[in-house]
Design a binder for this molecule. Structure first.
Ligand code: HGY
Ligand code: MN
Ligand code: MN
Length: 415
């Protein structure tokens, strides 16, 4: 088994990661939202990287995903898909998503450098709408390939009222082609995604790599609390209908209910105050909920409790509450054939195979609707992610690409 020469491949991969991190809409931070100007730059750079690495065909699809195909022994064979996303959160890190795309490009480059063609094609996919930050729809680009996107998904708007449909036209895509992106299941043999762990387990156990067993399900809501604006100097405390203090009590209830089960989490990530003046009692608060669990029944019960608690607080405080449940994803099991194949590849690299669930969502959730899916986790510093302090090492990147390359070369699609 020829191991990858760490200097050439991982150096090129590492340089590509460093190149991608420069594409941002907020200088000094990494903010690359779906269909933003920096996403367009990252798409164009990824096209060039895929070509440079030896992909036979590179294209940008109707939803802005970059697709690089490396043919097998003959043209047109079913493909093993290797993907992740190149969009980021606001002020995020350089590795969440990008690592999986760069690793896929690295595998194609290793095959090309070795002059190898496999019994299947390899396609590298750089999705653009995984973070669900700009628009209320999520996993749009991967769901389009899986065939689970509906037209309404393209009407989701951002906070400026721009729809995905409109943003795609401005991006240079033709959104009317979205339905044609659905892959024929016979044309794909599986999907594998490499991603930083975004958690502390691998680092704590001094492991560079882990194998994902399942991805937690998630519920995401926007809650709007409407109280009564008033003069901060004249309205007695007992007569107020302060939207902010009501929403704050709801946020604390969410924190309490999210902690009931050891494996659940509940987060208020965005909290917008109107009118937001120092001497005006807040009239309206719009805040978000992100609630997750590996068990869909537990999550359903938790969010039911959260809704009841928020409604009771609204009634007690005399404010109005509306809840927009804009995203829901079920817990997703990874295919056992992939868990086993990835474990074997990890063992061949003298690393103890560590199986673990993913608290974070990934494009693999969408792709698992199309074909068998698997994920490799790579250690990241302090488990930190969705932060400018997200970090990993070039050595772990090299090991990870070596394991992925090994998995791909030894992959046998199910009979
Ligand atoms: O939020 C998530 O789990 C993913 O990073 N979008
Ligand atoms: Mn991610
Ligand atoms: Mn993320």
């Amino acid at each position: 088994m020829t191991k990858l020469s760490p200097t050439s491949l991982s150096a090129r991969a590492w340089n590509r990661l460093e190149a991608l991190r420069l594409f941002t809409d907020e200088p000094g931070k990494i903010t690359r939202l779906y269909l933003s100007p920096s996403h367009r730059q990252a798409v164009d750079a990824t096209v060039a990287m895929m070509r440079e690495a030896g992909c036979d065909h590179v294209s940008v699809d109707a939803l802005g995903s970059v697709i690089g195909r490396y043919e097998g022994k003959t043209t047109g064979l079913p493909a093993l898909l290797i993907g992740s996303h190149i969009d980021t959160v606001v002020d995020g890190g350089a590795y969440d998503g990008a690592l999986g795309v760069i690793a896929g490009i690295g595998v194609v480059e290793a095959l090309r450098d070795a002059g190898e063609r496999l019994d299947f094609a390899v396609e590298v996919l750089a999705f653009g709408d995984e973070e669900n930050v700009r628009f209320t729809s999520n996993l749009t680009s991967s769901r389009a390939l899986a065939g689970t996107l509906d037209a309404a998904g393209l009407e989701a708007t951002d906070e400026n009222g721009i729809s995905i449909h409109r943003a795609l036209l401005d991006f240079g895509c033709d959104p009317s082609e979205w339905a044609s992106l659905k892959r024929d299941p016979a044309s794909v043999i599986g999907y594998v995604e490499m991603h930083i762990e975004q958690g502390p387990v691998l680092e704590a156990e001094n492991l560079a790599i882990g194998i994902v067993t399942a991805i937690n399900g998630a519920s995401r809501w926007t809650l709007t609390v409407s109280g009564e604006a008033g003069h901060a100097g004249t309205v007695p405390m007992a007569l107020r209908h302060d939207a902010l203090t009501a929403a704050s009590e709801m946020a604390l209830a969410i924190e309490r209910l999210g902690a009931v089960d050891a494996n659940t989490v509940a987060t208020v990530g965005r909290f917008q105050v109107e009118p937001g003046a120092v001497n005006v009692i807040p009239a309206k608060i719009r805040f978000t909920l992100d609630a997750r669990s590996p068990d869909d029944t537990v999550r359903a019960h938790m969010v039911e409790e959260i809704a009841s608690a928020c409604k009771a607080i609204a009634a007690k405080r005399g404010v109005a509450l509306t809840i927009d449940r804009f995203f829901e994803s079920k817990a997703t099991q990874m295919a056992s054939s992939f868990v086993n194949g990835l474990s074997d590849a990890v063992s061949r690299h003298q690393i103890t195979p560590r199986l673990l669930p993913s608290g974070a969502g990934h494009d693999a959730m969408a792709m698992a609707e199309l074909c068998p899916a698997g994920m490799l986790f790579v250690r990241c510093k302090g488990g930190i992610s969705h932060s400018p302090h997200e970090a990993m090492t070039a050595e772990d990147c090299d090991v990870a690409i070596g394991v992925l390359f090994d998995f791909v070369r030894n992959f046998k699609s199910a009979p």
